[in-house]
Design a protein around this ligand. Sequence first.
Ligand code: 26V
Length: 810
Amino acid sequence: MFTDKEAFKEAFVDDLVGKLGKPLEEASIADVYHILGSMVRAQTGKNWANTNLKYKAGREKQVYYFSMEFLIGRLLGNNLLNMGVLEMVRDGLSELGFSLQDVEEEEADAGLGNGGLGRLAACFLDSLASLQYAGHGCGIRYKYGLFEQKIVDGYQVELPDYWLQKDNVWEVRREDKSVEVRFWGRVDIDKVGDKLVFRHKDYEAVRAVPYDVPIIGADRRHVNTLRNWSAESILRPDSALGLEPGTDYHKFLEYKRSVESISEFLYPDDSEYEGKLLRLKQQYFLCSAGLQSILRTFGKLGLPLSELPNKVALHINDTHPTLVIPELMRILMDDRGLEWDEAWNITTRMVSYTNHTILSEALEKWPVNMVRELVPRVYLIIDEINTRFCAELMRRYPGDQNRISQMAIIYDDQVRMAHLAIVGSHSVNGVAALHTDILRKREMRLFDEMYPHRFNNKTNGITHRRWLMHANRDLAGLITDAIGTRWMTHPQEMIGLIKYCEDSSFQQKIAEIKRKNKLRLAEYIKSRHNVTVDPDSIFDVQVKRLHAYKRQLLNILHIMHLYNQIKASPGIDIVPRTFIFAAKAAPSYHLAKRIIKLINTVADIVNRDSDVNGKIRIFFLENYSVSLAEKIIPAADVSEQISTASKEASGTGNMKFMMNGALTIGTMDGANVEMNEMIGNENMFLFGLRAEQVMDYYQYGGYNARGMYNSDSRVKEVLDQLITPGPICCYHQDFEHIYHSLLDNNDEFFVLKDFPSYVETHVEIDRAYRNRSGWLKKSIINIGHSGKFSSDNTISRYASEIWNIRQVPL
Ligand code: 26V
């Protein structure tokens, strides 16, 4: 039905009329989405089944990517693209009177992730399937994704994201693949012969039901699986609850509610770790259900358990799924009868771990009591892993008590998940060269010393299919016109664009595409804010989670300074700028929410001031999400990547902007460093402290924020505006806290310290933008080098250096 346009149209109309019983003329956009999506799903079925048969027949090694978050966004457009029928369907629908773009907007944006970590997992799935690897996702089917953000009176308000209310054509419920996950209860230990036997008693059983989502590779034939688990109640006379239907209905309802809460919502906090029981439950639920299902699949191969590490790799996305380690030990020993040493050997050879942050407040540590009560047998195993690990430390470093307390897995009545993940795996990777370096030399130094071969770097990547070919169709078309189609499967070949960087007709085409994308975004802004945006102004964009270390505050303080300059000399000659923000703050992160309020307050004042005369405008776009990112990023001229050096593990937004031709203003942090290595100082705008300097300040002191305030009149002026009654600080005290965080708490993230160089660098941007051809040249150089950041590249390295899996051609 997707062979050619006419066949597609005929099949589509047949399907629509047949299924909905109404004529085409009466079909709504939602109807069209439903029918088209179902057609794509149906087409995929055969390839999906074939892919799995092929894996099984070849006994291929498979990797399972365990992640509490998969921020996949919408699938329709991406699936059509990977199936190679996007243009044909677009044309066909248009001839039937529908716009594909409208139809795509009909799909719920699956927001099952907080930010970078979840989006990375989604990009990885796309690359795994597109490179023909046997690699699957293992996640949770949250009923509510990340909250929907509204801005009311400048403040963030959170609404539930009930994404499943919309028709979801992609998932398939696989009742027959359900497994049971057990919580609470106690462990009876018996001695049988000279063997200890552990029996989990009086547990509460939960049914885990998988919902499978096909992940369609770019060759269309290769279809992997994202298996998301949903928690449901079990009603069974022999269950530990002792419930007979009808005997204690009230008790049952209570149990049902508590079970269903496990997969009810995604925790929206990516900033500060909180030891919440429900979150631990989610983690164990994911690990146990995922492992049971993987072992069932392995079982069908009829191989001995010793073959497991040759057939299965388990990857854990940050420490959130670390319980995979003790849970696998439990299954291998208690259910399959292996001895400790053999089980440990198998487990550690199977598991690998990615660290995504060095922020100590985000490192997971669970209270021992909570773990012991919720998963008693798993706790015993963690305890044993710790005991053996500490014994090993004592052998290697006799008498070094200090080292043991620093490295132990259980310490101070807490389970340190990162330590468990390092000890229980064969590979630990950071997500950019600088980040890995900091892990090895500082945060995890003692572990690196003990296991020097375990640590490695895998710089993050993004899928160029979604972020370039789909989000910026015109640019993708221009690249193909210039260098042919090979870059689509070999993104590093985009480097071939460099030879056009000074070609004025090519530059002109780049400029036209950017302008068109800016106009499109301007229309969107107009629809939301009812304000006309000047497409010839510089679109200067910072979109990402709101976090103190990401320093949206530095950005808005600089804008306040620009405003002050304009007020002082209204004739000032600057290139008009449109500053665009989008960011969600964790609901309990008060400082972050105040920064949102500040941005909106400044926006209100500046946008309404006639003295400004369009020189600067500020927009805070609400509800940042994957689909909003797809609208914003292709329209950006300037990409703000301004985290305090050493704090942003990698960043992936930086890569998306680069690939879409924006120039970066950034610190030497995360993957910006590698970007700089490739394109040099001429093609990006660097400023601020280096990571070493920041870490030295933390270690040895010597920074005085108040000194900055007293010595730099620009800093003083903007900070005073936060607390002195005037247009910005009119009645609320929201900004007093910001002021104090900078001055009384000595500016933990060096906002004031980096302010002067940030201001100067923005002046440089203004200057550089006036040289149109110079700017476009830089833009082309950025695009040309961005192929290195395709997640295809990243995934090839994970595959060969960590997972040891091969491509499986179909
Ligand atoms: C942390 C926590 C803390 C405990 C409560 C729940 C929760 C949920 C998510 C997170 C995520 C923190 C780590 C994270 O997202 N790191 C980001 O990972 C990106 C992909 O590697 C990377 O590009 C960003 O620089 C890094 O901040």
